[in-house]
Design a protein around this ligand. Structure first.
Ligand SMILES: [Zn+2]
Length: 271
């Protein structure tokens, strides 16, 4: 029994500002503490459900050497293994070698979501919108598609109301969601107290993992798959000149096609 958490920071309760998620910013240490507590809660939920192999991937690009390295190590829950410093969207070894489920604590809504706290898709500087087979997706959709390439279902997300809505819209009502905050605008929210957010996450992860029959199926995509990415600026398309499987449709649009989503993603995201 193996389970993988791909974690992010913007969806953590109490986090509403870039300052809380960017390395070196005044409120980053507070953000890290809140983040670490929620991930610990998710791990406790998985342990309670009987999971012995719990792999937690720090997926937040905080900047510099803190990228994918924001969890506070000496505060981490025991009974799990933690992956640090590995680029977002790339650590698929546990998916390749067999994994029961993918879970997304701390997730945020896709770029352009009116009520999405700190919403973006991968990087607000580089990308506007992403579409898989014509459907707009955020990071949760990209991760669900990566996991589904290895036949792994994405079964849980925590974050704000907009993120829960987005994940349900993509994966169906069966997906387990822990809503820890509700947007008032992109940088303001009504939040659960951190202790309550952690309790909700622990309970929801536990419920999800002990009921495998209730899980949504791995995201079904018509093959071959197409990923379309709208870039923030025309010069960004230079990175894709000559890239296998990727076509520069216009200076701000890249289309990548492949026989499954992992192949497409690998071409686009170039490990
Ligand atoms: Zn992040």
């Amino acid at each position: 029994m193996r389970v993988v958490f791909w974690c992010d920071m913007e969806g953590v309760g109490g986090i509403t500002k870039w300052d809380q998620v960017m390395a070196g910013a005044a409120q980053y240490e507070e953000g890290r503490r809140l983040y670490t507590e929620e991930i610990n809660a998710a791990v406790r939920g998985a342990k309670k459900a009987g999971y012995k192999e719990i792999i937690v991937v720090d997926g937040h690009g905080a900047g510099g050497d803190y990228s994918f390295n924001s969890l506070i190590k000496d505060k981490l829950e025991s009974g799990a293994e933690y992956v640090f410093g590995y680029r977002w969207g790339c650590y698929v070894e546990p998916l390749k070698s067999g994994c029961d489920a993918m879970l997304l604590p701390g997730a945020h809504a896709m770029a352009g979501t009116a009520d999405g706290i700190l919403c973006h898709t991968m990087s607000s500087q580089n990308f506007y919108n992403a579409y898989i087979n014509g459907k707009a997706v955020g990071e949760s959709g990209i991760v669900a598609a990566i996991a589904a390439s290895f036949n792994v279902p994405t079964i849980f997300a925590s974050g704000d109301e907009a993120t829960c809505r987005e994940v349900r819209d993509l994966l169906g009502k069966q997906v387990y969601c822990a809503q820890v905050k509700q947007s008032l605008n992109r940088f303001a929210a009504r939040c659960l107290a951190p202790h309550d957010a952690c309790a909700l996450i622990e309970k929801t992860v536990h419920q999800a993992l002990k009921n495998p029959k209730s899980w949504p199926k791995p995201l079904k995509l018509k093959l071959p798959v197409e990923l379309k990415i709208e870039l923030s600026n025309p010069e960004k398309s230079n990175d894709f000149i000559g890239r296998v499987g990727c076509e520069i449709v216009d200076p701000r649009t890249i289309v990548c096609r492949g026989k499954n989503f992992w192949e497409v993603w690998n071409n686009f995201w170039y490990q």
